[in-house]
Design a protein around this ligand. Sequence first.
Ligand code: MYR
Length: 217
Amino acid sequence: PRDCQELFEEGERQSGLFQIQPQGSPPFLVTCQMASDGGWTVIQRRLNGSVDFNQPWEAYKAGFGDPQGEFWLGLEKMHRLAGDRDSRLAVQLRDWEGNTESLRFPARLGGEDTDYSLQLAAPVATELGAAASSTPSGLSLPFSTWDQDHDLRGDLNCAKSLSGGWWFGTCGHSNLNGQYFHSVPRQRRQRKKGIFWRTWRGRYYPLRATTVLLQPE
Ligand code: MYR
C-alpha cells in the first residue's frame, strides 16, 4: 500500500505499525491510526517527555524517537507521503486537566528544496491565527531548527530561543516539538520553551500530549 488510507480501503481496521511505499519512494514503516473516516499516518507524538526533541536539521529530516511512544516521523518521509498533493492535517492536543482539542485543516508539504515548507491557503492560515504573516495567496512557512534558521524573524532564531524544530513564523504561534514539562515551570523564560498552541491554551501553557496526523487526499 502507498499509505494508511489505502490500507484502510483494503479493509484494515487495526491501528499499528505498517510498511507502506508511496509512489517513487523506498518502503518504510509508519504508525497508522485507523478511524471511522479512514486511515491516518501519525507523524508526531508527545506524551511523556521520554524523547529529546531539541534536535538538529538532519534529525528532523530523517526522523527520530520510538514509534510506540514519542517520535517524529521525519520531514523527508512526510514529504514523500504527501507528494505534491493536498493533504489533510489533524492536530490533537491535551492539557493537564483532561481537556482535548482537535483541529483539521488542508495543507501541502514541500520538499527539501523549499525547506519542507508548510503551505496553507489564505483562509486556513487566517483561521489558524496566522493572519499577520499570511498574504492573499496564503502562507508558505519553511521548517526551522537551531542549526537551520528559516523563520520570519530577522533578529531571532526561534528554534534556538525556544526549543525543537518547527514551522516557526514569529516564534509565538505554536511549537508542538518544544521541551516537555511535567509541571508548569515558574519562570516564563523556561515556560516559553514548552509545547504550546497559542490559540487554544495560550502561549505559556505547556501541553501534556500531542498527536499530529496526515492523510494525503
Ligand atoms: C506566527 O508565527 O505568528 C505566524 C506563523 C503562523 C503559523 C501558523 C501555522 C502553523 C501550523 C503548524 C501546524 C503543523 C501541524 C503539522
